[in-house]
Design a protein around this ligand. Structure first.
Ligand SMILES: Nc1ncnc2c1ncn2[C@@H]1O[C@H](COP(=O)(O)OP(=O)(O)OP(=O)(O)O)[C@@H](O)[C@H]1O
Ligand SMILES: [Mg+2]
Length: 350
């Protein structure tokens, strides 16, 4: 079992508070991803869960047992980092079995566990090789294999794929998803990669300066962000956020037009994702602008539109779209996907 609970945890480095009271309940078997800007505390929080970093205040529970004061070895968790630090003089099999060997496990048990991990990770053909004779992705799989043989109650990953090239990351992302399906073990995974977060997570925890900005499924965070920070952090390219004002059932864009506004409380920002805007003839949409840059990506194209006082607006269009820099366009927002935020940045919903 690997249910993990964080109860008002805080981390202070001297006078500096880095984790500012985090509550989180992770049921057994869940795949949870921590995201957030550099320095927001993702690694620190993960290391606190793993016991590599002392918890200044609050409690950490694993399967209802308080482990806050326990050393890493007593927690039954394993950590996989970006740098995998394999023993260069040992074979893949010996690297994977090393921790079992040092803990005195019988040879037969080590062999069985290494064989099973190699099967899950498709490392069977490489068991006798040295790490230097492996690709980066294979080495990272060996590092994960070292964790699997220990039968952890949960896996903690800190940006495990960030040293790999783009194609390998995609492959390893798939491998990690399969691994989670096969083992059903709790996984907590820190990443900077939007696609990793969206595709792997059961739930994403967005951290902002040591606090949880929002927790939810990828779909919840994408479609119903609770605040402007999450709205603009999740999704690439970013959600467009434009200043607006609201009055008796209508919203107005500065220097533009507006549309229907269905909420009782006032909004100060409207948020629209690039794929929820279409380009129409002049005057057709909520605002007008001039195409500044055209980014052709193959499957689709982004138009970066200069909308005057409203700022830049990114619009996702088909790759067959023929707009060119300098074109005058009008931007039509899909009313179903317009989000509104108050002056203090919270999503307006009532
Ligand atoms: N030992 C330490 N002493 C003092 N401050 C620290 C220490 N370790 C981390 N910090 C600070 O804590 C904050 C959070 O660091 P952390 O490594 O958790 O961020 P992160 O979210 O993992 O960032 P990144 O995405 O860059 O890896 C940072 O401001 C960092 O400078
Ligand atoms: Mg980090």
């Amino acid at each position: 079992m690997g249910a993990i609970t964080l109860d008002a945890v805080e981390k202070w480095f001297g006078e500096t508070q880095v984790i500012k009271g985090v509550d989180l309940q992770i049921p057994d078997g869940e795949f949870v991803i921590f995201v957030g800007p550099s320095g927001c505390g993702k690694s620190t929080l993960l290391r606190m869960i793993g016991g590599l970093e002392e918890t200044s205040r609050g409690r950490i529970l694993i399967d209802e047992a308080d482990v806050t004061a326990e050393p890493p070895a007593k927690r039954g968790l394993t950590m996989v980092f970006q740098s995998y630090a394999l023993y260069p003089h040992m074979s893949v099999a010996d690297n994977m079995g090393f921790s079992l060997k040092t803990s005195g496990a019988p040879k037969a048990e080590i062999e069985t566990k290494v064989a099973e991990a190699a099967r899950v990770l498709k490392l069977e053909p490489y068991l006798e090789r040295r790490p230097k004779d492996l690709s980066g992705g294979q080495r990272q799989r060996v590092a994960i294999g070292r964790s699997i043989v220990r039968d952890p109650t949960a896996f903690l990953f800190d940006e495990p794929l960030s040293n790999l090239d783009a194609a390998l990351r995609v492959e390893m992302r798939y491998e990690i998803a399969k691994l989670h399906q096969a083992l059903g073990t709790t996984m907590i995974y820190v990443t900077h990669d939007q696609v990793e977060a969206m595709t792997l997570a059961d739930r994403i925890v967005v951290l902002e300066a040591g606090r949880i900005a929002q927790i939810g499924t990828p779909k919840e965070l994408y479609e119903r962000p609770g605040n402007l920070f999450v709205a603009q952090f999740i999704g690439s390219p970013k959600m467009n956020v434009l200043p607006c004002r609201t009055e008796a059932g209508t919203y107005y864009l500065e220097g533009g037009r507006g549309g229907e506004y269905g909420f009782g409380t006032p909004a100060a920002h409207i948020g629209v994702r690039p794929e929820h805007i279409t380009v129409g003839a002049s005057g057709a949409g909520a605002c007008d602008g001039v195409v500044d840059v055209v980014e052709y990506l193959g499957a689709d194209t982004y138009l970066i539109v200069d909308a005057g006082a409203l700022g830049q607006v990114t619009v996702r269009v088909s790759s067959e779209d023929g707009h060119r820099p300098g074109d005058q366009v009008s931007l039509i927002f899909d009313p179903k996907w317009q989000l509104f935020f108050s002056a203090d940045g919270l999503a307006v919903s009532g």
